[in-house]
Write a protein of this length. Structure first.
Length: 691
């Protein structure tokens, strides 16, 4: 479909009108199938592919504007070299050959002396397996560079699922349409999981009851039958109170528990300590509401839980996911295909990660691991026996850490080091690009091959290039291939082409001809994968008790782990702050797309009317949000979306677009979660005063 062979070879395709199949690259569960309409080598529009059932021809507002992003007047189209102070955003154009030769020379010199002083920094700017961690991973493995612990979004919940269900596995999303009760827990699905929301609406039309569990009265909460507006970081307490009610009322599937779970007696004892009254005190919701929710969950079949990552961005986030993931096994909800739980389906995909990333290139070396969530502290660390060499070079791709990493005051301080050599692969001059020594223009999804798994459905997706790279943009893979060649790294795998990498990603575990023919290939997954147990844990059971966690020195049972900064515990900083995404952005992506930024307006802090009145704050006033880590100047929106004692710093705006050159991450901390070493963005106390 379309003349993609010419595009892949760098030639202008034949004139005429065509549609090219692709896949959305962004960090969203839906991983939509795209159709890009191309005329005479120009992409005219991007739309959903109606042949792909999960997408059904529908895209979110953000990706519907993808051509606006690809042809944006501010798009980086040639390499840039810094000409002013770090952070000034002052650059001069430079040729590709000169840029790559100088970067290769400087990385070679550092790697020859201390390879671990070189650090890659990347995440989900694209979710593609090829333009993400393929040639890039091979390149850094060959160098012996520091490894990166990619924790910034999902590792707390992901590891918690692994210790409970055996991996990122769960229900097939399409069967939510058949459920009679759906708990939407920690997810603003209308904004961040559109196609699941369409299934939930289908269930609602068929008589299902929808319950949203979220500290914020989101667009999703407004459309559900009930909203449980708990305090941030109290989800495990709510889950245990639900368990308490299941136990005392004998709303249990004892047969399923006996045959398909591990650690029931210990979990039972712990849950019986959590009366609805105790949980109500912790969660800030009525005990009667907890009792009613437990009754509904126990007595409605099928009952399904759509869990999302918002609720795991607190100190006890991993334990909270573990506790919630125990619920379907207690009631036997897994027996039905429309029962159970889904947080992520990505563990079902048979990616050949070793073939794609080639860790064998480390050749027995064991580099240190840098946690991307503590990059602010780590960039400021000197060499030491415990830490190893100070970071001397940072190569950033598919990420914007100056905007998205926590405690950004320290992140900025680290990136501003004159002795830090920084290379950024980007589409636009982001906050992070402003601190680079070189900025290299990368291709967008319309301009390269890639292959994708999903974490909200179970189809493998192939992305064909629809147009030739705009200007002088080059693929991530091509940039790393060129650097490897200039650095004398002559392993053939460092030069593998993108189309071959697409085939390498899944090997013979996928029908590649089907991918080429229709752009997607469904996995063979049972409709009710755990109806008869068979969890991918060591025991084959849903592990209420995890021996693996116990061996790591942790509690083998889930528990409620209070926040580091407990809501209501501080007179100095009496407000809890969460920082959910603005509806028209995806992390820091799309912030510079004018139509989307115009729709979003400006950076906002949602605050309850009572909290605003107590501080003399009028709707629309400019306020200071502050704690010991920093200060954020933003416009206040007095809003019924906020409950008393909780404010919402909608993110993630680029710092340079903020009223005072900062964003909400000026206030968040670099502390880590109980499981998964993830950041605690929503575990944050502040106060707010008129500016």
């Amino acid at each position: 479909m379309g003349d993609t062979s010419a595009i892949a070879a760098g030639r202008t395709p034949a004139p005429g009108l065509s549609q090219v199949r692709g896949a959305c690259p962004h960090d969203c569960p839906d991983t939509c199938a795209l159709l890009t309409t191309v005329q005479d080598g120009v992409a005219l529009k991007v739309q959903g592919n109606p042949a792909h059932a999960p997408t059904d021809g529908v895209l979110c507002t953000k990706v519907s504007h993808y051509t606006e992003r690809t042809y944006h007047p501010d798009r980086l189209l040639r390499p840039l070299r810094r000409s002013g102070p770090k952070g000034s955003g002052q650059f001069e154009p430079v040729g590709w050959d000169e840029a790559l030769t100088d970067i290769a020379s400087r990385l070679s010199a550092i790697a020859a002396r201390a390879p671990q002083a070189v650090v890659p920094y990347s995440y989900a700017g694209t979710m593609g397996l090829v333009q993400g961690e393929s040639i890039a991973a091979r390149f850094f493995h060959r160098l012996g560079a520091s490894l990166l612990d990619r924790t910034i979004c999902a590792s707390a919940g992901g590891e918690a699922l692994m210790y409970t269900l055996g991996g990122k596995v769960g229900m097939k999303v399409e069967f939510f349409a058949e459920a009679k009760l759906i708990l939407i827990w920690g997810s603003n699905s209308i904004a961040s999981n559109l196609h699941f929301w369409r299934l939930a609406q289908q269930a609602k039309r068929n008589g299902a009851r929808l319950v949203c569990i979220d500290p914020r009265r989101t667009e999703t909460a407004e459309k559900c039958h009930e909203h449980v507006q708990l305090l941030p970081g109290t989800d495990a307490a709510l889950a245990f109170a639900l368990m308490h009610e299941l136990i005392v009322n004998e709303w249990l599937d004892h047969d399923y528990i006996a045959r398909h779970t591990l650690g029931w007696e210990g979990l039972r004892e712990r849950a019986l300590q959590w009366t609805p009254e105790r949980a109500a005190e912790v969660c800030g919701v009525p005990a009667a509401q907890i009792r009613a929710l437990a009754r509904d969950y126990a007595t409605t079949r099928p009952a399904a839980i759509r869990l999302n990552y918002g609720m795991q961005r607190v100190r006890g986030g991993g334990n909270a996911v573990r506790a919630i993931a125990c619920l379907p096994a207690l009631t036997g909800a897994w027996r039905e295909r429309a029962g159970g739980l889904l947080l992520s389906s990505s563990g079902m995909f048979p990616v050949d990660k070793a073939a794609l990333q080639r860790p064998d290139l480390l050749a027995g070396r064991m580099p240190r691991t840098i946690n991307m969530s503590t990059i602010g502290d780590d960039l400021l660390r000197p060499s030491s026996p415990d830490f190893g060499p100070a970071i001397e070079a940072l190569v950033v791709y598919n990420s914007n850490p100056v905007a998205v990493a926590p405690e950004s005051g320290k992140v900025v301080q680290g990136f501003a080091r004159e002795d830090l050599f920084t290379v950024v692969l980007e589409h636009f001059q982001t906050d992070t690009a402003d601190y680079a020594d070189y900025v290299l223009p990368a291709t967008t999804q319309l301009e390269h091959w890639d292959i994708h798994l999903a974490y909200g459905h179970t189809d493998i997706m192939l992305n064909r290039p629809a147009i030739a790279p705009v200007g002088g943009a080059r693929t991530n893979t091509d940039i790393f291939r060129a650097l490897a060649s200039r650095m004398g790294l002559d392993e053939p795998c460092l030069q593998e082409d993108d189309f071959s990498l697409c085939r390498t990603a899944f090997g013979d575990r996928v029908d590649f001809s089907l991918l080429m023919d229709q752009g997607f290939a469904p996995l063979a997954v049972p409709d009710a994968p755990f109806a008869e147990g068979g969890f991918p844990t060591p025991s084959g059971r849903c592990e209420f008790f995890s021996e693996r966690l116990q061996r790591l020195g942790q509690d083998g049972l889930p528990d409620h782990v209070p926040n580091y900064e407990v809501p209501g515990s501080s007179t100095r900083y009496p407000l809890a702050m969460i920082s959910p995404p603005a509806r028209n952005f995806l992390n820091s992506t799309f912030v510079n797309v004018h139509s989307l930024r115009d729709a979003e307006g400006e950076p906002l802090l949602e605050i309850h009317a009572g909290d605003a009145a107590a501080r003399g704050i009028a709707d629309g006033a400019v306020v200071r949000v502050f704690n010991d880590r920093g200060e954020y100047v933003v416009r206040a929106k007095v809003s019924p979306r906020a409950r008393p004692g909780v404010v919402h710093g909608l993110g993630i705006w680029w710092r340079k677009l903020g009223l005072a050159g900062t964003n909400v991450n000026q206030l968040t901390s670099q502390r880590l979660t109980d499981i998964g070493r993830a950041p605690v963005f929503y575990d944050c106390l502040v106060d707010v005063l008129p500016a």
